[in-house]
Design a protein around this ligand. Structure first.
Ligand code: ASP
Length: 313
């Protein structure tokens, strides 16, 4: 942990899963390039004195626009062959938050979540209502064709052929939920997460990403957290808030709190995945219990680093 925190810092993720050098065929089809692009855009915002909220939104938008990740454009398909997107954003300075679930037409759901936070008296808007709110507030709209990525469609077809009915988190599929956490020059924290959820999801299933306290949380008194993994377990453990509460009330480091929750309690329940964090003290890092986590970080005094596998620093 740095003795004096860097002037600003940013950590991002692009999903957790069973990524090994063998499973990616020794080649990276562009994940590292995309993570670097998101770090550069978000880092620029912070370097120029922008807010943590601006930075996490900007970084997540880059990953939403990239079809490699299961968020925005590259979102997975539901059992009915639709894309239903979830996203959340939280401002640690006053714990204001906004989130959306099951939206179908917004190009960048993280920006819709921000509009909910700033332009409505609510925290979470769902499905048709959230789509209407998006239109009314002038967010960029996209057609179903924009979200139809062939590889994602084939994943749904494969799941159907295998007789899969109920969506479950499958770490083998290397889903790429995306997220970002930031600390700005004023010491304020923010977190954002965006996802298409799970391939083949039904019945209006909602994961952890848009649930404040489960997949996303930011509190200037403790930390900013964004999660990825088997959402149902993250909801039951209230992972993001649990980590922040341990830091604030038990006085442990963010890394220790994150490890105790993700590699301890969550794993004991059967939950797979990980989190990225930035502490109020400027500490930054991640904790995951899967083989890999697409991730990266940058700060005022640290060049960008991206990593995929568990054995990387
Ligand atoms: N946590 C997400 C969900 O359950 C999925 C993921 O992280 O890939 O919707």
């Amino acid at each position: 942990m740095p003795s004096a925190p860097a002037a600003w810092s940013l950590v991002i993720h692009g999903g957790a899963g069973v990524m090994t050098r063998e499973s990616l065929g020794g080649a990276d089809p562009g994940f590292s390039t995309a993570l670097n692009a998101a770090l550069s855009v978000g880092g620029d915002v912070l370097a120029k004195g922008g807010s943590a909220v601006d930075a996490v939104e900007a970084a997540v938008r880059v990953l939403e626009d990239d079809p490699l990740f299961n968020a925005g454009r590259g979102a997975v398909f539901t059992a009915e062959g639709r894309n239903e997107l979830d996203a959340a954003i939280m401002d640690g300075s006053d714990r204001s938050a906004g989130s959306v679930t099951g939206v179908t037409r917004t190009r960048n759901p993280v920006s819709l979540a921000r509009a909910v936070m700033e332009k409505s008296p609510h925290v979470l808007l769902a499905r048709e209502g959230a789509d209407v709110f998006s239109l009314e507030h002038g967010l960029d709209q996209a057609s179903p064709a924009y979200f139809r990525i062939e590889e994602r469609w084939q994943q749904l077809e494969a799941m159907k052929r295998a007789g899969g009915g109920t969506a479950v988190f499958d770490a083998n599929l290397k889903y790429g939920t995306v997220g970002a956490v930031a600390r700005d020059r004023n010491g304020h924290l923010a977190a954002a997460t965006s996802t298409g959820g799970l391939t083949g999801k039904r019945w209006g299933r909602v994961g952890d990403s848009p649930i404040i306290g489960a997949g996303t949380y930011a509190d200037d008194r403790s930390a900013a957290i964004s999660a990825t993994g088997s959402g149902e377990y993250f909801i039951r453990e209230a992972v993001a808030h649990e980590i922040c509460a341990r830091v604030r009330l038990a006085g442990v480091s963010v890394q220790d709190a994150a490890d105790a929750v993700v590699r301890g309690e969550l794993m004991a329940m059967g939950g797979d995945g990980g989190v990225i964090f930035i502490g109020a003290d400027g500490s930054m890092g991640w904790s995951f219990n899967t083989a890999g986590l697409f991730r990266g970080c940058v700060s005022a005094d640290r060049k960008p680093i991206v990593a995929i596998y568990g054995d990387e620093p």
